[in-house]
Design a binder for this molecule. Structure first.
Ligand SMILES: *Cc1c(COP(=O)(O)O)cnc(C)c1O
Length: 393
């Protein structure tokens, strides 16, 4: 099929929930992918933070295909090896105690919400069930997680929404305090708000929230779905701040491109979810987990230091570009505030010039594959500078 045929069929048969860019991707290797137009594109998106090792990393492909030829699925009624191996790597890499695997980020947050409510219901009664999230957050697309998402645009069309959520202004501890009630059972936050515009929380704020949670036995849920698995230069972004959350949700990067999510469960919540309380058919799938094991094995201190270094390099270069008002984020998760044109228009122009970018609200967002090499970074940044300057390449 050619590009036009692929597009046309997609538009005819796929429900239009996504505004797709004008590109049909055929294949990829590392940070470069090839379109059906025969052109090559530099990838600064990782499929929204998913392909952390780039496209079709050889080791990851080998790990996945090896498991695929052994056994693809068994149901959670039986033991398989990769699932426990991945959980062990996650637990030993963080100091958390247990793992529950789901298939997506939204489901990971569902599991965190259910765990938090059960913990508090059992200890303090059913009335203690409220969760405070932050304004401008993003936590997923299921009914519970759109309710948890602190952005008005998600709170339309699908009434009724869930009870028991309230929203606090990020980085404002007074506002958070004013939202606390005797019913509060958890506070849920992203260390860097991703979809909300790549907005990092302040260290002081993060530490103050942790303290409130500890003192009041309120659970701290950190949504690391976008920030986790090396993205910010640490395995998880909360490690930058020396805090210990009770529940950490992860997804995106850990699958390297295959669907997976889950939660890390800390001391307090171990054993809250018991047999029959929660589950999912595909969670902990051996093929996906085998890929996850490979990804986790790459997260060495040297690798993570390199991510931080590349992130700093990219940030510095962009700060020197014309029409850039600010560059915010952590590691290789960056948001660029620009003037002179809309971010959406800049991203479309970059695509024409051979660079894949994302937006987040009114910003350009970068989530390059963690394995991208400096030549590719420089080539991508040259295109970005052209776009921001308004020069024709
Ligand atoms: C992407 C994302 C989600 C939702 O993950 P899905 O896999 O799309 O369900 C939740 N929280 C954050 C912070 C995300 O970036």
């Amino acid at each position: 099929m050619n590009k036009a045929e692929i597009k046309e069929r997609d538009q005819q048969y796929i429900e239009g929930t996504y505004a797709r860019y004008d590109l049909c991707i055929e294949s990829g290797k590392g940070a470069i992918c090839k379109g059906y137009d025969g052109r090559e594109y530099i990838d600064f998106t990782s499929g929204i933070g998913v392909n952390c090792m780039g496209f079709c990393d050889a080791g990851w492909v080998a790990a996945v295909t090896k498991q695929l030829g052994r056994i693809q699925h068994t149901s959670n009624l039986f033991y398989t090896e990769p699932c426990g191996e991945l959980a062990e790597l996650l637990v030993k890499g963080t100091g958390m105690k247990k793992v529950f695997f789901s298939n997506s980020g939204a489901e990971a947050n569902e599991a965190a919400i259910k765990t938090a409510r059960k913990y508090s219901n059992e200890k303090y009664g059913n009335e203690r069930n409220e969760i405070i999230t932050l304004i401008n957050s993003f936590h997923g697309r299921t009914m519970a997680t759109i309710t948890a998402t602190g952005q008005a645009k998600y709170h339309a069309h699908f009434n009724p929404f869930m009870q028991g959520f309230s929203y606090a202004v990020a980085n404002d501890i007074q506002d958070l305090n004013s939202k606390l009630t005797e019913k509060t059972c958890a506070i849920m936050l992203e260390i860097v708000q991703g979809e909300g515009g790549v907005l990092p929380l302040d260290e002081q704020y993060i530490k103050a929230v942790e303290k409130i949670c500890k003192v009041k036995d309120i659970l701290l849920i950190v949504d690391e779905i976008q920030t986790g698995i090396g993205r910010t230069g640490k395995l998880f972004a909360y490690e930058h701040f020396d805090i210990s959350p009770d529940l950490v949700s992860f997804a995106k990067g850990i699958g390297g491109g295959l669907p997976i999510g889950g939660i890390l469960i800390g001391d307090k919540c171990v054993g809250v979810l018991k047999a029959g309380n929660h589950g999912t058919t595909y969670g902990g799938n051996p093929v996906v987990c085998a890929g996850g094991v490979y990804i986790m094995q790459q997260m060495t201190p040297d690798f993570l230091a390199e991510v931080a270094k590349k992130g700093t390099y990219i940030k510095r270069k962009i700060e020197e570009m014309p029409n850039v008002l600010s560059v915010k984020g952590l590691g290789m998760m960056l948001g660029i505030e620009i003037e002179g044109q809309e971010a959406q228009a800049a991203v479309a122009l970059a695509l024409e010039k051979g660079l894949l970018l994302l937006t987040a609200k009114e910003k350009i967002r970068l989530l390059p594959p963690l394995t991208i090499v400096y030549d590719e970074i420089d080539a991508g940044l040259t295109i970005l500078e052209d776009v921001l300057t308004g020069e024709i390449a």
